[in-house]
Design a protein around this ligand. Structure first.
Ligand code: FES
Length: 177
């Protein structure tokens, strides 16, 4: 069972704030670049969210409002985009985000058992962050490596043919000392 202290990623924060965070020069530069690739500012919204998340680790209400004001689009529209794409983190996440594939090939190859092992080992379920702050576990659709299922990503690294023993090693490799 998950600890009561774990953080629920699924707790989407409503945009009630009126304080917009000033975007950094680096964020603005990258957003401006995206604006050369898309037909209108509305279409740049998702990319801008990803850019801010890359720099800040997650997208706070203040950041979301800062993007909306910069792009001159309604904050509610941007909130809808952020809510729809579950890889836009609207809550602080752990140092390492585990993207765990639970699509059909991984399911056939026993990903449920692997997920139970992670749950027991880290004390977290989908959408939660470990008390240590080292790991957040998020379910994702197919990661495109079905012939080596079960599969998950930790950060940018793909891990295949998962077994409980491999999970133990991965946790050791990524956790803070
Ligand atoms: S179903 Fe898991 S990688 Fe394709």
């Amino acid at each position: 069972m998950s600890s009561a202290n774990t953080v629920k990623h699924s707790d989407v924060i409503a945009s009630t704030t009126t304080r917009a965070r000033k975007l950094t020069a680096e964020e603005i530069k990258e957003i401006e670049h995206e604006m050369t690739l898309y037909p209108d500012k509305q279409a740049v919204g998702l990319e801008a969210l990803k850019i801010v998340q890359k720099h800040q680790g997650w997208v706070s209400d203040e950041s979301l409002l800062g993007i909306a004001r910069y792009l001159d689009i309604p904050a509610a529209d941007l909130e809808s985009v952020a809510t729809f794409f579950n890889l836009v983190y609207r809550h602080p996440v752990g140092k390492n985000v585990i993207l765990f594939c639970n699509s059909v090939s991984c399911w056939i190859m026993g990903c449920e058992g692997i997920k139970d092992h992670i749950k027991d080992k880290l004390g977290i379920d989908f959408g939660e962050t470990s008390v240590s702050g080292d790991f957040t576990l998020i379910p994702v659709p197919c990661l495109g490596d079905c012939d080596r299922a079960p599969v998950m990503m930790v950060g940018e690294d793909l891990h295949r043919n998962l077994t409980p023993e491999i999970i133990d090693k991965i946790v050791l490799d990524y956790q803070s000392n």
